[in-house]
Design a protein around this ligand. Structure first.
Ligand code: SF4
Length: 333
């Protein structure tokens, strides 16, 4: 079956006064229908640039090579007006910062109504004014439908929520509203960017529970540094280092039996920091302007062999797993 999203050899570069930063340096991955794929790695691994590139929001970075196919169509060549129709309606993003993503001057009902308008206008704000107000007569039904999908029963509590302004809601509730806005668009792909960042334990559990409810019914890409968030919400995981995927496979397999030395280091650091953002495990040893020859991880790898400094590691592949390493392959225990 054709994947919903297929990224092939994606290179995204940023030109800086110090030189060209290769933020994505050959990303290859795919997400199948109804599947939830986690993208995991520390700060600077390229996961943010990757999802921004899917939406053509990577500027000033430029896509220099590779393709991004959505339902078989390469969207890297689409112009801005075509991307405007696609953003939100076909690829929906639940942003990381729920505190600022909602408009503080409007109630939740007003903001959900706007999302519905954008959805029904084909994703273009320019055509909103031409729609009659009774085109949205079923909006309350739509709001109830998406909140029920998120485990929120219709009734006085939902009515109060719809009347609220963003500042009157908890972080977890604001995030549910953002997910509801995305669901109103009935997107082909939902991207959740760091869904548990800056949330306390109770709110984090609510957030994960919300995403878990969508699992299987929606195709999702979950971007996170947090192993708990990935294992709770994803079927498969892709580990990124140095702007590319260095290991992928089922969550059960990769998170319990990592093969790549970097994945093992990342998971060990997660256990030490209990899920806090990871800023400096090994990414700070890698210069994204002047990549080392061979395996980019070799200056920090405790298991490096002479070949690691000379040759780019091959990608050992099976149907459902990949590891890019000279020492380990997908069959190794
Ligand atoms: Fe370590 Fe070599 Fe594998 Fe790179 S290719 S992760 S340096 S063992």
């Amino acid at each position: 079956m054709m994947p919903v999203l297929k990224v092939t050899d994606l290179h995204v570069y940023f030109d800086t006064s110090a030189g060209t930063v290769r933020a994505n340096n050959g990303v290859t991955l795919e997400v199948r229908e109804g599947e939830s794929l986690g993208i995991m790695g520390e700060s600077g691994c390229g996961k943010t640039v990757l999802f921004l590139s899917l939406l053509h929001l990577q500027q000033p970075g430029r896509i220099v090579r590779g393709s991004v196919e959505l339902d078989g169509r390469d969207i890297t060549r689409l112009d801005e007006s075509e991307m405007e129709r696609l953003r939100g309606r076909v690829i929906a993003l639940v942003p990381q910062n729920q505190a600022t993503a909602l408009n503080p001057a409007y109630t939740i009902r007003q903001q959900l109504t706007e999302a519905l308008k954008v959805s029904r206008s084909g994703g273009s704000l320019g055509s909103l004014s031409s729609r009659r107000s009774n085109d949205y007569a079923d909006s309350e039904e739509q709001f109830k439908r998406v909140f029920e999908d998120l485990g929120f029963e219709a009734g006085p509590v939902l009515d109060r929520l719809l009347r609220s302004y963003p500042h009157q809601l908890s972080g977890g509730m604001r995030q549910r509203v953002l997910i509801a806005m995305a669901l109103l668009m009935r997107p082909r792909l939902l991207i959740a960017d760091e869904p548990t960042t800056a949330l306390d334990r109770a709110i984090k559990a609510q957030s994960l529970n919300t995403l878990q409810r969508l699992r299987g019914s929606l195709t999702m890409l979950v971007i996170s540094h947090d192993v708990e968030a990935i294992s709770a919400t994803c079927d498969r995981v892709a580990i990124m280092y140095g702007g590319r995927v260095i290991e992928s496979g089922s969550c059960t397999d990769v998170l319990s039996r990592p093969r790549h030395p970097y994945t093992r280091l990342l998971l060990a650091a997660q256990r030490r920091t209990r899920g806090e953002p990871l800023s400096a495990i090994a990414a700070d040893t890698l210069n994204l302007i002047d990549f080392p020859r061979g395996c980019p991880f070799h200056p920090a790898c405790l298991e490096a062999m002479p070949v690691c400094a000379l040759e780019t590691p091959p990608e050992h592949l099976t149907d459902d797993a990949m590891v890019a390493c000279h020492r380990y392959n997908v069959e190794a225990d």
